[in-house]
Design a protein. Structure first.
Lengths: 186, 186
């Protein structure tokens, strides 16, 4: 079965490699996952793995895209519920948050595979959120004190910043902070 | 002259090493700065540099602390002005923002020198901001829809998240986004 969407991995083998990498990252942390481990988990040679992903970082970036795809499949009409759900899920996946923070930091390097990925990701998620905010504003569920675009950028950046902080102080309730800001913007 | 404050470097030699590292980071980016370069800039041996900082990352973390010290010396009564000033300054220092993002991502590792630094930094900056927000709320310059603590955590996390995004999409106006949120919370 071929996966669809902006981050469709194209071939079943690629999808297998990404899924195996995700499992290994969630269990061991991305710093400890090697191409050899991923190849072994799928039952192919390291060379075969490198045929699909030219570097370990390219494969790690694909894992973030794969997780986003799952998120995109959810109902985004209820913006609050959507954001809070993601934050709550992330609170159970420290290794996924670590991967995200590390790749986001590396994305400033235009040569790194994370750069194009994050540029596209920010544009895409901002558009989706902006539409959801607009719908909420038109329905009177959110004030228009902050524009739909600014609200979308603010919520995404707040969530990214909260995740960085949460890695250092895990008692931080990310979902609650998002909820409080949204309530303050009603 | 001995520096004072929570991140006082203690000896003039340490201060020289940190200042030299800051200059090299701003010019070349922290990924390209070696202990050898720092030692040469100060005119000491690499061994002497390692006497003061047991690792390159410990020295890089000290640079963030050194820059914070400068920030702390500013007038924080006007919260908006303070935050906007930092964001505007950061927009002129991509290499400083890269250093911050990279060390923040590494801080999740309890063995890394960035961990204790960031835990302390979040606590300290949150306290300072919370007091400034409370003063603004009492003076009627900010609404109390969002608590002083939640406002402080939100503004710090938003700034951190905006910086990560700005590294990928440099046309983002970080200062303007902070200003817009604060205006929406008046």
């Amino acid at each position: 079965m071929t996966r669809r969407g902006p981050y469709a991995v194209g071939t079943e083998r690629k999808a297998q490699l990404v899924r195996a990498t995700e499992r290994l990252v969630l269990e061991h942390g991305h710093q400890n996952v090697t191409m050899r481990m991923v190849a072994a988990a799928v039952g192919v040679s390291e060379a075969a793995a490198y045929h699909h992903f030219s570097s370990r970082d390219e494969l790690l970036v694909a894992v973030i895209g794969f997780r986003d795809e799952g998120e995109g499949a959810r109902d985004v009409v209820d913006l609050v519920h959507h954001l809070v759900t993601i934050a709550a899920e992330n609170q159970r996946s420290p290794h996924a948050v670590e991967l995200f923070a590390d790749m986001a930091a590396k994305a400033s390097d235009r040569q790194h595979p994370a750069h194009a990925f994050f540029a596209d990701r920010y544009a895409r998620i901002t558009k989706t959120l902006e539409e959801a905010v607009l719908a909420d504003q038109r329905a009177g569920r959110l004030s228009t004190r902050l524009s739909a675009h600014a609200t979308a950028v603010t919520l995404i950046s707040l969530m990214d910043g909260l995740q960085t902080r949460w890695l250092v102080t895990p008692d931080l309730d990310m979902a609650d902070h998002l909820r409080q800001l949204i309530d303050a913007l009603r």
